[in-house]
Design a protein around this ligand. Structure first.
Ligand SMILES: NC(=O)c1ccc[n+]([C@@H]2O[C@H](COP(=O)([O-])OP(=O)(O)OC[C@H]3O[C@@H](n4cnc5c(N)ncnc54)[C@H](OP(=O)(O)O)[C@@H]3O)[C@@H](O)[C@H]2O)c1
Length: 222
C-alpha cells in the first residue's frame, strides 16, 4: 500500500460487485465497512469475507453509518436504485469522495447501451451532489467474478473519471492497491464511455460464451 490504511465504505457491499471490491480492498490492508439496508446482512457478509481472506478489518453497518465512518464510499447498487441510495447517504458525504460503480443497465436488454437522458449515470450523481462531494466513476467494466478471485490476475483495466484531478488520482491508487491497473480517463462526463462499454461487454460475454470480458487500454505503460 502506498499510503496509510483508509476506512472505506462499500454501499450495497452485500452484492456481487461490492463484496468483491471489499475483498480486494481489505486484502490490500484497508479498513472496510460493508453497507446495507440491513445491518445484520452487512455483518454477515463482513464475517464471510474475513473468513475467506483469513485476515483483514471488515465490518458491517447500515449504508448511512458506513458512509459516515468512512473517508471514501464506493457505491455498488443497481442503476434503478442509484439515486435513492445516494440520497440515503448524502448527509455523510460532504467533503468526501464517492466512487460510483453504477452501469446504467436497463433490464431486460442489458446488452444494449441505454445511457440515461443526462448522458451518464455517474455524471448525473455529481450534478445532484454538487461541489460538496467529489464523485469518481470506476469499476464499471470489471466483473465481480474476476475481482473475487484473488489468486488470478484481473485481465481488465479500470477507467477512472472525475472532475477533481486529486480525487481521480486517489482512486487510481486504490485500484492499483487492489491489483488492477487504473487509467486516468478524464472528467466525469467521460464516464459515459465506461458505462456504455458495460453493455457491450455483456454482449461479448454472451456472444463468445465467456464469463467476464474486459478491456485493456494500449499506449500507457503499466
Ligand atoms: N456484478 C458485476 O459483475 C458488475 C460489474 C461492473 C459493475 N457493476 C455495477 O455495480 C452495481 C452493483 O452490481 P451487483 O451485481 O453487485 O448488484 P446486486 O448484487 O444486484 O446488488 C448490490 C446490492 O444493492 C442493494 N440493493 C439491491 N436492490 C436494492 C434496492 N431496491 N434498494 C436499495 N438497495 C438495493 C443490495 O444490498 P442490501 O440488500 O444489502 O441493501 C444488493 O446486495 C451495479 O450498478 C452494476 O451495474 C456490476
Amino acid at each position: 500500500m502506498s499510503g496509510k490504511p483508509k476506512t472505506i465504505a462499500v454501499i450495497g457491499g452485500t452484492g456481487a460487485e461490492g463484496s468483491a471490491i471489499a475483498l480486494r480492498l481489505a486484502n490490500a490492508g484497508h479498513r472496510v465497512i460493508i453497507g446495507s439496508r440491513d445491518e445484520a446482512k452487512a455483518a454477515k457478509t463482513a464475517r464471510g469475507l474475513v473468513e475467506r481472506l483469513g485476515k483483514g478489518e471488515i465490518s458491517g453497518a447500515s449504508n448511512l453509518a458506513a458512509a459516515d465512518a468512512a473517508a471514501i464510499s464506493i457505491l455498488t447498487v443497481p442503476f434503478a436504485v442509484q439515486s435513492g441510495s445516494v440520497a440515503e447517504i448524502r448527509p455523510a458525504l460532504t467533503g468526501k469522495i464517492l466512487v460510483d460503480a453504477t452501469a446504467p443497465l436497463v433490464p431486460p436488454r442489458v446488452n444494449r447501451v441505454q445511457l440515461p437522458p443526462a448522458g451518464s449515470a455517474v455524471a448525473a450523481i455529481q450534478g445532484l451532489l454538487g461541489d460538496a462531494v467529489r464523485v469518481v466513476s470506476a469499476f464499471q467494466n470489471v466483473s465481480a467474478d474476476k475481482l473475487k478471485n484473488l489468486d488470478t490476475a484481473v485481465d481488465c483495466d479500470v477507467l477512472v473519471c472525475a472532475d477533481d484531478a486529486s480525487a481521480r488520482q486517489s482512486v487510481i491508487e486504490l485500484v492499483e492497491e487492489m491489483g488492477l491497473r487504473g487509467i486516468d480517463a478524464g472528467p466525469i462526463c467521460n464516464s459515459a464511455a465506461a458505462e456504455a462499454l458495460t453493455s457491450v461487454l455483456i454482449w461479448i460475454n454472451r456472444k463468445y460464451g465467456v464469463a467476464g470480458a474486459g478491456i485493456r487500454i494500449t499506449g500507457p505503460k503499466s
